[in-house]
Write a protein that binds this ligand. Sequence first.
Ligand code: HEM
Length: 444
Amino acid sequence: MDDIPGSLGWPVIGESIAFIYEFSSPSGIFSFMNKRQQRYGKVFKSFVLGRFTVFLTGREASKILLTGKDGMVSLNLFYTGQQVLGPTSLLQTSGEAHKRLRRLIGEPLSVDGLKKYFQFINTLAIETLDRWSGRNVNVLEEVSTFTLQVIGNMIMSLEPSGREQEEFRANFKLISSSFASLPFKVPGTAFYRGIKARDRMYAMLDVVISRRRQGEVRQDFLESLIMKQAKTAGGEENDDKLTDAQLKDNILTLLVAGHDTTTAALTWLIKFLEENPPVLEQLRDEHRQIQVQRTEGTSLTWSEVNNMPYTAKVISETLRRATILPWYSRKAAQDFEINGYKINKGWSVNLDVVSIHHDPEVFTNPYKFDPTRFDTPLRPFSFLGFGSGPRMCPGMNLAKLEICIFIHHLVCRYRWKPLEKDDSVQPTLVRMPKNKYPVAVEPL
Ligand code: HEM
């Protein structure tokens, strides 16, 4: 078995300083991976944040790691993420427990399960965009408010404005920023504030869950999970029964996994459209066609939103170019072999997805934004926008639905120009434009 090339850096700290430094650089963590790939090749080792770490890239490695090692690897969260999300989160379970949780949350997030949220999302997108006319807006902030209002309503029928929404938003922001923080749980640190905000969020959820258990009925995600339990309330063993702790851990998981990702994707998409006028024009044509075929005075319909072929390719191309989760991380639950290298139990194994998404053998002229790449099927494991295998994103239908609705109203009503030029990314786990993409908006 070959020895994995690479450097373990200094004793104890390893290469952690370089890792943290590159994380905050304009091109983010990719530059850490890229520099070492140039030196050592597609597979290299390092010692980062207290752990032996291996970085891999390529379609073969991704197939093995994402689909072929179920049970041999678990998701690898930072310590801060583990503490904030709680032990029964989907992201912290593996094997059978993971499969069961996926089955439970998969149904309400399926295309059919999402239909009941369509009107709410559509109205909210229109109202959000009503406020953009003739103004300068920070796209990332606006989109972040929109996606949080959507998911809060979908999960627990939270009203899009008012005191509860404000509290929810303030707590969520603190939780979100604690993920990439240093693991010091002392007052004043981002991690400490994140844990406290999580406790307040759980207290809010306790109130909502108890109202539901006392008979309040709502059409939302929480309801569908609680209803499953009620179906077999006759006393027999119920495989679908989740404790309150499991409900809370997993609701928070969906919020955390679904909010920044969708916000980033929608913001990058709006940025890429402005930078690629022919793509914007073709996209606008698709949406104008939908508009002209519609009876006057009516709004977008569920069947229209499910038939936007060019928009779907623009979304995929956005996820390829932006690669908002630049690496997928796993922890070896046992010793195993990959690409002729031995991985030891406990090691962190990471797939560099940015390189896979910019492989010139699969994507000619890889830095060009070109949705027609998705006209024909791609080679397996060359596009991993929503991942693959047992941990493939369960929220992808919701994300696509939100993006299609928002984009429809945006391109039918407005043109926009960036107020500054900056391509750097934020030092967060999810890659987002650092300057939040400020634009001037004008009606068409
Ligand atoms: C455009 C938006 C989104 C993108 C690009 C995205 C991307 C991904 C990717 C790549 C993974 C797999 C990561 C890995 O294998 O390590 C993933 C997992 C996950 N996503 Fe998404 N996601 C998005 C939206 C959402 C939404 C809206 C939700 C929830 C409502 C969500 C919930 C999750 C969860 C819970 C997991 C973990 C699944 C598991 O471990 O079994 N995501 N997502």
